[in-house]
Design a protein around this ligand. Structure first.
Ligand code: ADP
Ligand code: 5GP
Length: 191
């Protein structure tokens, strides 16, 4: 019997909402068969981040070259001067082995992936309980400079305006509850 191709799960939200925390809680659940899609980025590693684990860290030149070779399924300049993108090779690596791919990408990239993969993809928008709590989480994470935090907060309203374009929305107030909600959505979708 041919191996069933994996599905594509897209998680998007303003930075600091809790996407990585939700993914971290779900990735170890073997029944979901989830594999994290490692994006390419032109930004520098942050904290303990490792190349080929958290991101494929590329120079601006390397990123541009891959764009011109058509190697990306989608890419966006998410913050001025900093690009992020999903490599086609990454999607194939995961889904052709029958695993479900989970990606943490920006709102525009998310809608492009949904458009491209249609019913093979489920797009989930994660909402923070409030802007004040979002700022607290960004500051509490203590990985970004004040300038970076300000840039991320400034973008949050714009990103929140995309929420109703997603297949579904989950509020991350209590992390355990939000994780369980996303777990059920993925489980139903990948049956
Ligand atoms: P994102 O991946 O969306 O940028 P993170 O998962 O890095 O966000 O979460 C940002 C910060 O908020 C982290 O310090 C994380 O521990 C914390 N956090 C995540 N979810 C919650 C929650 N429900 N309640 C309180 N803090 C949370
Ligand atoms: P961070 O710098 O916090 O790791 O990520 C910043 C933003 O880039 C987040 O909103 C994240 O969702 C987005 N992002 C990460 N990878 C990709 C990608 O492959 N494509 C797009 N379009 N956005 C991405």
């Amino acid at each position: 019997m041919a191996l069933k191709e994996g599905k594509i799960i897209i998680l998007s939200a303003p930075s600091g909402t809790g996407k990585s925390s939700i993914i971290k809680n779900l990735i170890t659940d073997a029944t979901l068969r989830l594999c994290f899609s490692i994006s390419a980025t032109s930004r520098k590693p942050r904290g303990e981040e490792k190349d080929g684990v958290d991101y494929y860290f590329l120079s601006n030149e390397e990123f541009k070259e891959k764009v011109s070779l058509g190697e990306f399924v989608e890419w966006e300049e998410v913050y001025a001067g900093t690009c992020y993108g999903t490599l086609e090779s990454e999607v194939k690596r995961i889904t052709s082995a029958g695993n479900n791919l989970i990606m943490d990408i920006d709102v525009k990239g998310a809608l492009n992936v949904k458009k491209r993969f249609g019913n093979r993809a489920l797009s989930i928008f994660v909402l923070p309980p409030s802007k004040e709590e979002l700022e607290r989480r960004l500051r509490g994470r203590a990985t970004d400079s004040d300038e970076t935090i300000a840039k991320r907060l400034a973008k949050a309203d714009y990103e929140l305006s995309f929420a109703d374009k997603f297949d579904t929305r989950v509020v991350n107030d209590d992390l355990h509850q939000a994780t369980e909600e996303v777990r059920r959505l993925i489980s139903d979708f990948s049956k």
